[in-house]
Design a protein around this ligand. Sequence first.
Ligand SMILES: [Zn+2]
Length: 277
Amino acid sequence: MAATGFPDEMRNAGLSDLTAKAVDLVAEGKGRQRYEQAMKELDRSAAPDAQASGSPASESSSDGTGGWWLWSLIAVPALALTSLPTRALVRSRRTPSAIPQLVFATARAADEAGLRRRAEAEVPALGEAAQAADATTTPDLQRALDAYGAAGTVLDEARGLSDLAGVLALAQESRDALAGSRDLPLCFFDPRHGRTALRTGWRPLGRRERLDVAVCQECANALQARRAPEVLTDTDEDGRTVPYFELPAGRSVWAATGYGSLMSPLDGFHTRRSTTR
Ligand SMILES: [Zn+2]
């Protein structure tokens, strides 16, 4: 993240652009490399400055740009810090500290960018697979195409992680229809965990009825050890971050379907469309 202020095009960037750049650098996997390269340049230009402190125009500042990334080193953390007291005031009733909120927001932005890229790659690949399918040997081709279309629509309108995860669930449903298989859906707790290993009974906190959900091996292990599995979160009406399945089913097609554990994502998508139109 410290490397985000280094590239030339980021010289006058605001905090949101710097954050976006940080996400890109992390995704690219070159953050450390860029940072180390910039630090080397910092060492090179700082040394002559120190020796020639009396000279009016040092090498690094003669073009007026030598110190800009130094500014960014100080300014980015400073900007982040100045925003903290405000956030702390706003959120102090709910959270003891605003810092985790900021960290979570950044991690969430990175998660979302990664998932969006994955979904954006998945949909066209699925389109090609559907196009290549033979109608005479693929009885569920129409369903595969429907799920493919729904995945594209959800991707276009996606407002966050839960929708992007829905693209994966719809894509999986489409692929299953193409293959003529009825495998278990993606993990109920977080579809990003991938294909599930088994179905199991699970009782949500504060509810009486048990749900029959499909879970990945890791989540199954967590449940067995009475640990909370890692869950995909969404935002409720009050702006709080909650497990996605705690939203009212009428508000979230993903809470209603459990990404395939409770209902087919495609059926949930159609039901939602017909009731909201
Ligand atoms: Zn899982």
